[in-house]
Design a protein around this ligand. Sequence first.
Ligand code: ADP
Ligand code: MG
Length: 684
Amino acid sequence: MADLNTDVRYIKGIGEKKAQALNKLGVFSLYDLVSFFPRKYEDRSSYKPIALALDGESVCIRALVADTPRLVRVRRGMELVKFRAVDESGSVDITYFNQNYVKDNLSRGDSVCFYGKMELSGSRRSMVNPVYEKEGAERGVTGRIVPIYRLAAGLNQRTMLQAVRQGLDACVEKLPEALPESVRERMQLVQARYAYENIHFPADFGALELARRRLIFEELFVLSCALGDMRRKRVNDNGLVIARPEMEDFWGSLPFPPTGAQRRAVSQALDDMGSGRAMSRLVQGDVGSGKTLVAAALIWAMARAGYLSAFMAPTEILAEQHFSTLSSMLAPFSLRVGKLTGSMTAKEKRLVKAQLAAHELDLVVGTHALFSEDVSYSDLGLVVTDEQHRFGVEQRSALIGKGQRPHVLVMSATPIPRTLALILYGDLDVSIIDEMPPGRQKVDTFAVDESYRARLNGFIRKLVGEGRQVFVVCPMVEENEELPKPLKSAEEHTRELQQTFPELRVACVHGKMKPKDKDAVMAAFAAGETDILVATTVIEVGVDVPNAALMVVENAERFGLSQLHQLRGRVGRGQFKSWCILVSDNDSPEARSRLDIMHQTNDGFRISEEDLRLRGPGDFFGSRQHGLPEMHVADLGADVNVLQQAQEEATRLLAADPELRAPENAALRERVEKLFTKNAAGFN
Ligand code: ADP
Ligand code: MG
């Protein structure tokens, strides 16, 4: 008997090859299969009279096969099956390429439903390779709302559909009800079985909506419970008790006074570190708000108390940059600062590792290498990670598995709306740096269209002439022929710019390059050796180039607002007046009003709220940047209200049954426990 854990090979028609293709989509068990939700649906639920179908329209028709399907040889190796089908309104010529078996399946007089694209030439109508089902057979792909799935090589829609159908038949009865009855009733949500059946094979659009609502809620609810559970477990984590030092000793060493927000964040962290339980705190602040200083202050406090700190950056080049900034901030106190990155020689690494094991350093700055297995620390008191969204929740817990439980400070430059922060960082305490250091210049932002190109080029020439540097961001790496309007590709655009500006030095960096090459190009730009850097969004989390005074974003309508904000944060980091030009030829009112928000405000939190309002949370969950387990809600299109409700219900339930021990919560508990283990393999 099949159950939810049964391998997908169990399904008739799924052999080794197809199973492997399914595995690529993350589908291993029957449970995975039925949880693999359609990407979209095609409404084939109503039939159209043949004569009313428009040219190019995809329609379902119900017709009689009017003559005997015959095989026509067009040329060597190429045969067609042809016949005519009729209904009361008219007739259509039907042709199948490479599907000779159709000749044997259909006979004159059969009543058949076809779904396909109607083509009109004069008064003749034709359809090529329509899907069909004989009248009386069970409706699968015609006469109903049909699910369309994401595919991998070796799979087609029909295989997927049949596999899911069988999967549901085999185990829909066994689907556990993860939502407690009380929650389900209060939220007026349908039962699991109904939801899984109708998300794949909706009886009608009303049923689909009910299914969708329930499944989105369920996923966000399980996630909220899991994060709540992590938070609860953390309360029991014993942490080193660090006495609060006299912070003025540190602040006084700086060339500028800390902002109120920086003081507050440091103070909150010191409270945590003195409390006896281990800190897990997120410091969220816009680019340029001065998060590094917060980290430096805490590293200093740790060293005073006799403990070592580790600072982890997402890339080598950022590690280098932090190494030098932190070294100079801590220099007045003679702290010993080391570095550990993947590109160092074995000998260099060995030396640093020995120093770490012997506590001969006060701070080590590095990449993931800091937490590889062969590194051991003595007296590790604090772990700081920069740019949180590059690290998964699982990784955070892997870090803290090193030796005793150190305090953890996570820094993120991605302002996110409060509603999402609750979910994304549900297991962390949060400090928000909502104040910029004084004297920061606003980056003037303008949205323009192609007609502005010549002036833009003139502007670039002028700025570079003054000694400044320019970022140009494109949405993708290579030309993509599938898209209707050509988008600026980074490589192509680099060539164009080099032609426009033969006298300037133009370089290109994109995500498909090897990390080493990428770092080399970035480093050359940072050193002022190139004038214009064309990039894909790899620079989003990036390097400090105070001399860069202009950010140009091509096809700006393709980017999310928060992403544009991050990109804009790459300029205006030095003493120079800076600009951000958003180029877009999309003049739909929606695209215009989005870009207009960028012109109106530099406040990352406001921008993120707008972004969430305009796009819904699906986009946030869809991008894998946040480090949460893979979610399906992105496909289903969740809205903000459901997110809030799920969060509230999870909080309420956990208040009543913190460990989910009640028998009626057993199914939920199982889901919660599985959530973070399932995807853990993807992280290192
Ligand atoms: P973030 O990491 O938050 O993007 P950084 O820590 O890199 O920002 O700080 C950005 C710049 O602001 C740095 O050059 C830093 O020296 C400067 N800075 C930080 N705090 C202050 C402050 N209180 N007053 C003036 N300048 C500051
Ligand atoms: Mg930073």
